[in-house]
Design a protein around this ligand. Structure first.
Ligand code: PLP
Length: 393
């Protein structure tokens, strides 16, 4: 918890939007701003320090997902990695086909590149999901055609926390000779991820979701995958991703993923117990529903809809109690459209507007949960007392 200068300390429960940068991560990064500032491509000692640091970070990222070190490519974050994977595979393999399979509930960093590719002549199938946000592996099989070159399905959903059957989808892709990409941005540091075991060809990750710096990320590309470059320019990252490396950011990403994955079972257990208390007690409020899967969900994700009220109003009132949370994803919360994820799960528009996402992090305590549970019911009652929709019922 951090003090916001008022009596109540800030209770931050929006870790799916972003996390603070861990102090050990900042400490690891600092020398690379000042002492070891050399350009890793330059041929002298101070530059070699930067190059060595990058390679150490690459090994840490690779270890965290059981990948080969030389198949990790550093990027500016989840959005770039998703764009690179999807556009890079599509253009490099268009002689084989022009069909991509994805789902209706992906992050916009996947959906928007797919929509853009449709304008360039590619065909995209947006698979439906069930009411829990789960993709059916049979639907994936049925959608495959002779022209399918890429399947991209997220490992865990950023809004509702549902964990998809990635290993099974990867198996289907592999059997059919189709590349399989997964956006694992929300999963890293929450659940174990293993690219070999899960049959993953390309994987996206982003530093600021697991206590690393913002603007850092990586794309894992399995050896032998045919993919075009996304960034063109210098010869960095084995000529695959141009641009002078963000050395402090890469060092921070490496340190952060090492910390986030080293005691993942215990972290997940602790998050899950806080999560389940929140879910169970919030569901005691009448006309309230859990979004996402009851068990196949991220240990730190709570997403509840409260009928008859607007998620935006809940957030404003929570803010006045120094609680930071989210309605839908951070990227859509500025818009008044209901979340495409909740709509994708078949939720009616008028109900989907009342969603509240609480995403837990390692600094959250039982006291934070007590405090949230003391505030939310009061807020809901107050908003419902003012809601014309609630008074008609
Ligand atoms: N993919 C998912 C599932 C996300 O949750 C996010 C961020 O919210 C992104 C991609 C984009 O990552 P970044 O913010 O690093 O560009």
């Amino acid at each position: 918890m951090q003090s916001n200068g008022e009596e109540q300390n800030l209770v931050y429960m929006d870790h799916a939007a972003t996390t603070y940068t861990d102090s050990d991560v900042v400490k690891a990064m600092l020398p690379y701003f000042t002492e070891y500032f050399g350009n890793p491509s330059s041929p002298y000692t101070i530059a070699n320090e930067s190059e060595t640091a990058i390679e150490k970070a690459r090994k840490k990222v690779a270890n965290a997902i059981n990948a080969r070190t030389d198949r990790i490519f550093f990027t500016s974050g989840g959005t770039e990695s998703d764009n690179w994977a999807i556009k890079g595979i599509s253009f490099a393999n268009k002689n084989k086909g022009n069909h991509i399979i994805t789902t209706a509930i992906e992050h916009h960093a996947v959906l928007h590149p797919c929509e853009w590719l449709e304008k360039q002549g590619f065909d995209v199938t947006y698979l439906p999901v069930d009411k829990f946000g789960l993709v059916d592996v049979e639907d994936v099989k049925d959608a495959i055609t002779d022209h399918t070159i890429l399947i991209t399905v997220m490992l865990a959903n950023n809004e509702i926390g549902t964990i998809e059957p990635i290993k099974e989808i990867g198996e289907v892709a592999r059997k059919n000779g189709i590349y399989f990409h997964t956006d694992a941005v929300q999963a890293i540091g929450q659940v174990p991820v293993d690219v070999e075991d899960m049959n993953i060809d390309l994987l996206t990750l982003s530093g600021h979701k697991f206590y690393g710096p913002k603007g850092t990320g990586a794309l894992y590309i399995k050896k032998g995958v045919k993919i075009d470059n996304f960034m063109h320019g210098g010869a960095q990252e084995k000529q695959c991703r141009a641009g002078t490396e963000n050395v402090p950011g890469i060092v921070g990403l490496g340190k952060a993923i090492e910390i986030a994955t080293r005691d993942i079972e215990n972290h997940a257990k602790r998050m899950q117990s806080l999560r389940d208390r929140l879910i169970n007690e919030l569901l005691e409020i009448p006309n309230t529903h859990l979004c996402g899967h009851p068990t196949k969900r991220l240990p730190n994700n709570v997403n509840i809809v409260f009928e008859y009220i607007e998620g935006e109003s809940i957030l404003l009132l929570l803010d006045s109690y120094s609680i930071a949370a989210s309605t839908g994803s951070a990227c859509t919360s500025a818009s008044l459209e209901p979340s495409h994820v909740l709509i994708g799960c078949g939720m009616p528009h008028e109900i989907a507007h009342g969603s509240l996402r609480l995403s837990l992090g390692k600094e959250n305590t039982d006291e934070d949960v007590d405090y949230v549970l003391s505030v939310v019911p009061t807020i809901i009652e107050r908003l419902r007392s003012m809601s014309p929709m609630a008074s008609k019922k």
